[in-house]
Design a protein around this ligand. Structure first.
Ligand SMILES: Cc1cc2nc3c(=O)[nH]c(=O)nc-3n(C[C@H](O)[C@H](O)[C@H](O)COP(=O)(O)OP(=O)(O)OC[C@H]3O[C@@H](n4cnc5c(N)ncnc54)[C@H](O)[C@@H]3O)c2cc1C
Length: 399
């Protein structure tokens, strides 16, 4: 493999890094308040990002963005991920980024015009409505929300929760069972549902550490006889799982890219404070336990970075990279939590206050071990796939 195969988009990376350092991070306190002033600031910063030609780096120009592939995006998104607000400012926020990708891949032209274009332009927001309270999100073949065909319409009945960003969104992509007697992975269909449809009710679920206004909400959604045109199906009927896989794979690696920014930021705070704080007659930086945390964190962050770049490179080459994505999803979630936790520990009581971003980062990081598939499920996927290859006489190796 040549060195250029991993080359970063140097100029854009520098622009993104500078924008985050000069315009976003110094304003984090205002953005954290999630009030009208924060909303106005987000709008202003978004305009500046557009003017700089850095808008929506997750999708290519034909979908309205400035993206040039997963590998480049991995480098940019690490910088964007240093604060949770970066993704909103750059127009690549979850869950809209994943929704835009599947609309770009599977949407018809009229669907793209109605939903994708304003979504990527940042004029509207969306939600992805799959998980249900009554059945395990880890095993979506058990979903109960039904869509029944009635003439030229689908009638949707069901109950979802943790539909992120649903408050104030213009539409949702809903996973509903349309063919209950089909093979478990062909039962569900993805359907585009306007959020103002009669019979649809949205209420935020209070999630610890997520203040909850508009984009930062995780919502419970009730669908009671919600009617949408038959043409609102995304892709083909019965293709819900195949499309979800296309959405969740890239979505997982998008999360990990941003987590790299969180890990790196926590690591830098840990190092700075260790050099500054003294205890028992010397700097924390001179205690071997702290040195071990710094060394372990450096090694683990770099491992996560290379695993992410490797998966991104494979996706760019047309590979689904399912093992690589599952590997990095559970491994990076653990490293993320451990690095931030070590940084909190080095800061002592200060680490639990709002005078550093660490306590908030830790709360957000904990959710990373659950959303888009809990650690245990990704471990299961990885080991099953590897064992299957071995059982067939093959081996799993780096390529
Ligand atoms: C912050 C946040 C945002 C989210 N956003 C969205 C969203 O936008 N849209 C959406 O549809 N969903 C969303 N989710 C839901 C998320 O995807 C689910 O929570 C996740 O898939 C797990 O499902 P569950 O919570 O029902 O847990 P369950 O499936 O009930 O699992 C509970 C626990 O059981 C264990 N477990 C499960 N399977 C196994 C196994 N095979 N082996 C060993 N242990 C196992 C795991 O420890 C797991 O944590 C979000 C969740 C969070 C926390």
């Amino acid at each position: 493999m040549t060195a250029t195969a991993w080359a970063p988009p140097t100029e854009r990376l520098e622009q993104v890094r500078a924008f985050m350092a000069e315009r976003v991070l110094p304003n984090e306190d205002v953005l954290d308040r999630e009030d009208d002033e924060a909303d106005a600031l987000v709008a202003k910063l978004r305009d500046e990002v557009r003017e700089a030609g850095l808008w929506a780096p997750h999708v290519p120009p034909e979908a309205g963005g400035t993206g040039t592939g997963f590998l480049d995006y991995a480098y940019l998104n690490e910088q964007i991920g240093r604060t949770v607000w970066g993704q909103l400012v750059f127009g690549c926020q979850a869950p809209d980024a994943g929704n835009a990708e599947i609309l770009h891949l599977y949407g018809r032209e009229d669907q793209k015009e109605r939903w994708l274009q304003p979504l990527v332009a940042g004029e509207i927001r969306s939600f992805f409505s799959m998980t249900e309270p009554e059945v395990p999100g880890s095993d979506p073949t058990t979903l109960r929300t039904r869509a029944v065909r009635d003439g030229d319409e689908w009638v949707i009945d069901g109950h979802k929760w943790f539909s992120s960003g649903a408050e104030g969104a213009a539409f949702g992509i809903v996973m509903a069972v349309t063919d209950p007697d089909a093979h478990p992975h062909s039962r569900a269909t993805q359907i585009l549902v306007p959020a103002d449809s009669p019979g649809l009710r949205i209420e935020p679920v209070p999630v610890s550490g997520h203040r909850g206004r508009g984009w930062t909400t995780h919502c419970e959604v009730w669908y009671s006889g919600v009617r949408v045109p038959a043409a609102n199906v995304l892709g083909e009927r019965g293709d819900g799982f195949r499309i979800a896989q296309k959405r969740l794979g890239p979505g997982r690696i998008h999360h990990v890219m941003r987590w790299l920014g969180q890990m790196q930021r926590a690591f830098e705070l840990m190092c700075s404070y260790a050099l500054e704080r003294e205890a028992f007659g010397g700097r924390l930086a001179d205690k071997q336990t702290v040195q071990n945390w710094i060394a372990d964190s450096a090694a683990e962050i770099q491992a996560c970075r290379f695993m992410t770049l490797d998966a991104a490179r494979k996706i760019d080459a047309g590979d689904e990279a399912r093992v690589e994505i599952s590997l990095i999803k559970f491994y990076a979630a653990r490293v993320l939590n451990e690095v931030i936790d070590r940084a909190v520990q080095v800061h002592g009581a200060l680490g639990l206050t709002d005078r550093t971003p660490l306590a908030t980062m830790l709360t957000h990081a904990r959710a990373g071990r659950i959303y888009d598939g809990p650690d245990e499920v990704h471990r299961m996927v990885v080991s099953r796939r590897i064992l299957k290859t071995f059982a067939a006489g093959g081996a799993w190796r780096f390529s």
